[in-house]
Design a protein around this ligand. Structure first.
Ligand SMILES: [Fe+2]
Length: 268
């Protein structure tokens, strides 16, 4: 009976507990070219917010309070603010407007914003709250006399054009940090000079992961997605795949706890 009940107990756990049991992940990122002034600079990353029936405004508000309590220098949002309802954009922006960081709050678009055709409207709503969505744009982040180059790219669009746009946004003599919902061009980042990429999209393996039983046993990997969770490195370029805080599709997270990430930059 116990064996028979196991999947139901696991599903109940994922349904009732794990989906909102947010984990604070601290990730040190070593960047050899990092200017001295940015040693220890902390970027909090929130991804895949997905306000909707399973990810409530109250829960997101709690995530905002936790993030502010971590006192990051800058906050990065990596897309998917809504689920399927374009009407929800106003509320999610109002909740995220509570985020505070001395160097500002920046973000990029996700596939849900693209699919619903709300990229322009949600960008305007964010801008009214002082949150800057970077859409094929860059923003200089200054500390003392040093600068980091922060870039944001949309999720969709024609691949060749996006890659050309990305090339023009990279600054050769700076550390370049890219916000993108999914890292379509990660293979090229090293040659382009993108030092660090922050992304999400996969929800830690499709919200369903048995990686703790066997590595690679998660929905994302089984579907052939190469980047799932955590830090990746490819010929010097680094990528952080955030598991996100919200959910879509089915109201469950198993082996893929929601996360708020603090990336601490360091030269060594
Ligand atoms: Fe998502």
């Amino acid at each position: 009976m116990l064996v028979g009940a196991t999947p139901f107990i696991a599903a109940g756990y994922g349904l009732l507990y794990e989906q909102q049991n947010v984990e604070i992940v601290r990730q040190r990122v070593r960047l050899a070219r990092l200017p001295k002034a940015f040693e220890g600079f902390q970027i909090a990353q929130l991804s895949d917010i997905h306000i909707g029936p399973f990810t409530t405004a109250d829960y997101i508000r709690r995530c905002v309070a936790i993030t502010n309590g971590l006192k990051p220098d800058l906050i990065a949002l990596t897309g998917d603010y809504v689920c399927w309802d374009p009407e929800a954009q106003g509320e999610v922006v109002r909740v995220l407007a509570g985020l505070r960081a001395p160097h500002g709050v920046f973000g990029c678009m996700g596939n849900h914003e693209a699919d619903l055709g709300i990229e322009e409207s949600i960008t305007r709503l964010f801008a009214a709250q002082g949150i800057q969505m970077l859409r094929q744009e860059r923003a200089p982040i200054r500390q003392h006399n040093e600068t980091l180059n922060l870039i944001g790219m949309d999720h969709g669009g024609e691949a060749d054009r996006r890659l050309q746009q990305l090339k023009t946004l990279v600054m050769p003599n700076m550390v370049n940090i890219l916000l993108t919902h999914y890292p379509h061009f990660f293979d090229h980042h090293s040659e382009l000079g993108v030092d660090l990429t922050l992304a999400g999209d996969i929800h830690g393996g499709g919200q369903l992961s048995l990686d703790f039983v066997h590595r690679g046993l998660n929905l994302g990997s089984l579907m052939g997605v190469p980047y799932i969770r955590g830090l990746y490195e490819k010929t010097g370029a680094q990528l952080y795949m955030n598991r996100g805080i919200g959910i879509t599709g089915f109201p469950i997270r198993l082996g893929a706890r929601p996360e708020i990430t603090v990336l601490e930059l360091s030269r060594s």
